[in-house]
Design a protein around this ligand. Structure first.
Ligand code: MLT
Length: 409
């Protein structure tokens, strides 16, 4: 008889963005004429940069010619041309990450979930709350215990480590695996270098590993703020970093990202043997992943060329202007918010003390604008709401007009 992984029965019935999509579908069925504006899932709307399209087309053409056709890439870790390009990109903002520690993947989400395969199920996981739901879901699926560090208005939505540990099953415990996301999804907060240094010291003191999600690094606009945890001394001994081209270069429909597992990062097996996490990760990927397609890797390489950087920066500036327009509206309405400066998300307090799902329903039914309820990211998200700046400019302006009308009514 089949036995299911019962840990799945502990999950919410649907992944957050599927739940939202179902609500939107029901709304559209009931009111097909409504002009819906989507500001929920962080999906981009601008087309790929021309250099990226050209690189992909050229690579597709190469695949159609016997002499230049490519099958498997031998290592599965990604072509050297792309791993070198990513290493160069890291160097451009002061992080020394060797190409051989970088693996190319199909986006940060997959590795945020897959990385947990190399860790024992008895590790205690710390998630800052609110958080991207993948961290919690992936660990619940493997039956790991999770503790939460509260990110809230009082700490600027930037939870810091607790010297006393965290309450779990009537005891104070220290985490073995720590998820951090900066710039943060959903709140838009960014850890300073000093704050990340504190997390690194904490991980070292407690023998923990940090899984650092840098998917929104390209939106950091204040140069003193870090874009990678590897800009901080000592990070390579404790941190794995996941990053993606989805938001940086509009690759949500192309799929390409990268994960860094530094050679310096070690763990100790139960028999006392020192184990390289990079080796375990390579072993896992060797068995379960055949790599990213050649045309996609050539397209990704183009992102890191000087012309590619110039073109993607124009798109990022467009989204940043959307965020500015949204921030201006919220300021005018006297609604408290964070984010939008170093992040494509605006995170605001639901007016009239509404809970976030009720506010979601209100926005959808009254003004046909879709956002993301903060409660979907964890308990500290309740009463808060996330809007994405990845929309079309006219739609963003229109949504803000509708919001103003709704709030003034
Ligand atoms: C979101 O929070 O909207 C996510 O970024 C969507 C995703 O890329 O998985």
């Amino acid at each position: 008889m089949i036995k299911v992984n019962e840990n799945y029965l502990k999950l919410e019935k649907n992944y957050l963005f599927i739940r939202i999509a179902e609500k939107v579908k029901a709304f559209q069925a009931a009111d097909p004429e409504a002009k819906l504006i989507r500001m929920g899932i962080g999906d981009v709307t601008l087309p790929l940069a021309p250099v990226v399209v050209e690189a992909m087309q050229n690579a597709a053409a190469e695949m159609g010619v016997k002499e230049t056709f490519r099958g498997y890439e031998d290592s599965g870790a990604g072509y050297d041309f792309l791993r070198e390009a990513v290493a160069g990109y890291y160097r451009s903002f002061g992080a020394d990450v060797p190409a051989e520690d970088i693996r190319i993947n199909d986006g940060a989400k997959s590795d945020c979930g897959n990385l947990v395969d190399i860790f024992g199920d008895d590790n205690i996981v710390l998630v800052t709350d609110p958080a991207y739901p993948v961290y919690v879901d992936s660990n619940l699926m493997s039956g790991r215990k999770i503790v939460y560090a509260d990110s809230n208005e009082a700490n600027g939505f930037a939870a810091m480590p607790s010297a006393d540990g965290y309450a779990l099953d009537g005891k104070q415990v220290f985490p073995d695996i720590i998820y951090l996301c900066s710039p943060n999804n959903p709140t838009g907060s960014v850890y300073t270098k000093a704050q990340l240094a504190e997390w690194i010291a904490y991980a070292k003191a407690h023998g923990a590993v940090i899984l650092f999600d840098a998917a929104y690094e390209a939106f950091v606009s204040q140069p003193e703020l870090p874009r990678s945890i590897y800009q901080i001394e000592g990070a390579k001994e404790v941190a794995i970093e996941m990053c993606s081209l989805s938001k940086t270069a509009g690759f949500t429909g192309v799929r390409c990202g990268y994960t860094v597992v530094p050679s310096e990062l070690k763990a100790t097996a139960s028999d006392g043997t020192e184990v390289s996490l990079k080796q375990l990760w390579n072993r896992r990927e060797g068995s379960k992943f055949n790599g990213v397609s050649y045309p996609v890797q050539r397209a990704a390489e183009a992102v890191f060329t000087p012309e590619g950087q110039k073109q993607i920066r124009e798109n990022i500036a467009y989204y940043q202007e959307n965020a500015r327009i949204m921030a201006e509206t919220l300021t005018e309405l006297g609604i408290a918010f964070t984010g939008g400066i170093n992040s494509p998300y605006i995170w605001f307090k639901c007016p009239d003390n509404m809970d976030s799902w009720s506010f979601f329903d209100r926005m959808l039914s009254e003004i046909a604008v879709v956002g993301t309820p903060g409660a979907g990211f964890g308990k500290n998200g309740d009463g808060w709401f996330r809007l994405t700046a990845f929309g079309d400019r006219d739609n963003t302006k229109e949504a803000m007009q509708r919001l103003k009308k709704m709030m003034k009514a």
